[in-house]
Design a protein. Structure first.
Length: 308
């Protein structure tokens, strides 16, 4: 598989001062987007959006750990990691991103992503990436597929993840747009849109529980997979006097995660107090809501993040 170089990306897609490419000391290539409405950054590895900042917002919208690593094969802590084709630890084991079956699948650390389209669309800027089967994916038992990931940035953020089953068999995928939202102080935040929803509490032996009707305020380690949940989420941030709305299409799982103090301290790529500045609100299809896709068929999940 040919890997696009900075030179090739710049020649094919570069737009002076609007879309520029650079490479860090570890060889990771980053796209820097600057438009009248926003700035954004996307790493080619994992097609990983690490920053999206509308010019109207004085505070960051996406959280990016100050200790995040930007090295080949390592997941970046923050922005929107792309979870595919399994969520969490693989049933065959391997919890770390370096394990045989890396946590959250192989897509987010793959250097096989190709940029296939980039350009302006109205006030937004759109980039389309593709990941197809390779020796890398076949090592995990995944062949004959194409993943298409469209990122549109402007005063809103739109993400669209499409899967094409190019094989002759049905496949079951898990997927998540593992969005790290930046907040002033997670203890001053309430999450609306979960009332009465069923969830799996991964901090309590994966027990199945039901959300009450009150706005959800995080008060400790939180790791919940809401099932059959299609509703939109509002994250109200008292400290920054703002609301972030996450809407979605064709996603029936919503994951809410914050490691809190104790678990955060175990993450080498997170400041000890990093947990206070973030909450993950993930549009997903996982577990009970994993998606079966027939041969030759396609499935696309959408999510939109906007400041209100
Ligand atoms: O989405 C929540 C979760 O599955 C948590 O259990 C925690 O593992 C988090 O993802 C981060 O996973 P990572 O592999 O990026 O450290």
């Amino acid at each position: 598989m040919h890997k696009q170089t900075v030179k090739e990306l710049t020649a094919h897609f570069g737009i002076e001062k609007m879309l520029e490419f650079s490479q860090n000391e570890h060889g990771l290539i980053k796209a820097q987007i600057t438009t009248a409405t926003c700035t954004a950054e996307v790493y080619m590895q994992g097609a990983h959006l690490t920053q999206w900042q509308p010019v109207t917002s004085k505070n960051p919208v996406l959280f990016l750990s100050e200790r995040a690593t930007f090295e080949p094969g390592k997941a970046i802590r923050g922005g929107v990691p792309l979870v595919f084709p399994w969520f969490g630890a693989h049933k065959n084991g391997g919890n770390g991103t370096s394990g045989k079956f890396p946590s959250h699948g192989f897509a987010r650390t793959s250097n096989q992503w190709l940029l296939v389209e980039a350009g302006r669309s109205k006030d937004d800027f759109m980039m389309k990436f593709e990941l197809t089967d390779s020796d890398h994916s076949r090592a995990f038992g995944w062949d004959n597929f194409k993943l298409t990931y469209k990122i549109s940035v402007g005063d809103e953020l739109e993400l669209e993840l499409g899967f094409d089953n190019c094989s002759t068999e049905s496949v079951v995928i898990e997927e998540a747009l593992h969005t790290y939202l930046a907040v002033s102080d997670v203890e001053q935040v309430s999450v609306n849109g979960l009332a009465d929803a069923d969830f799996i509490d991964k901090t309590d032996e994966s027990k199945r529980k039901k959300q009450d009707e009150k706005p959800f305020r995080l008060a400790g380690e939180t790791d919940r997979v809401y099932t059959n949940h299609a509703a939109h989420i509002d994250v109200e941030d008292q400290g920054w006097q703002r609301k972030i709305e996450i809407t979605k299409l064709h996603s029936l799982s919503t994951v809410i995660w914050n490691p809190w103090k104790e678990q955060s301290a175990k993450l080498a790529d997170m400041n000890p107090d990093g947990w206070k500045q973030m909450v993950c609100v993930e549009s997903a299809n996982v577990g009970d809501n994993a998606v079966e896709i027939s041969p030759g068929k396609h499935y696309t999940m959408h999510t939109c993040v906007r400041l209100k």
